[in-house]
Design a binder for this molecule. Structure first.
Ligand SMILES: [Cu+2]
Length: 142
């Protein structure tokens, strides 16, 4: 009986890990591109060299309802978001949720209640990020 149970347990654990992985991958579908899932965490950060990005809205500490559309608007200096390949990334609690090309705003919807660190970074055509971004904290209430 024990000899049978152990592989069965392994299979269950493995299936669980697999489903957890695919759930994470689904989240990445919010990317407008989505072609840079692999190796992102290990990708080297680029020095800013005078490039700046600032979150204009929401305000730091802003509170929203779950049904709200949260418009993230940024301003950049020495970084043209409309230039070929240039774009910026939005992270919620460290998870990348959007890549924005040729625009300085993006609406986020359907966030679960909770407190989130909302972070933005400028990135080049290869999705390599400039190390200094900007971040604020927002809260979503039911
Ligand atoms: Cu990117």
């Amino acid at each position: 009986m024990k000899k049978f149970l152990f592989p069965l347990l392994l299979t269950i654990v493995f299936a669980f890990v697999l489903s957890a992985c695919s759930a994470t991958t689904d989240g990445h579908d919010m990317h407008s591109g989505g072609e840079h899932d692999a190796g992102e965490a290990t990708m080297q950060k680029l020095p800013n060299d005078g490039r700046k990005i600032e979150i204009l809205s929401p305000a730091d500490g802003a509170v929203f309802k779950t049904e709200d559309s949260i418009v993230v608007e940024v301003a950049t200096e020495n970084f043209d978001v409309a230039a070929e390949g240039n774009h910026w990334h939005i992270f919620l609690n460290g998870n990348e949720v959007a890549m924005v090309y040729s625009d300085t705003n993006r609406a986020l919807r359907g966030l679960e209640p909770g407190t989130y660190e909302l972070k933005v970074t400028m990135t080049n055509i290869d999705h390599a990020e400039y190390e200094e971004g900007d971040s604020i904290t927002i809260t979503i209430e039911k």
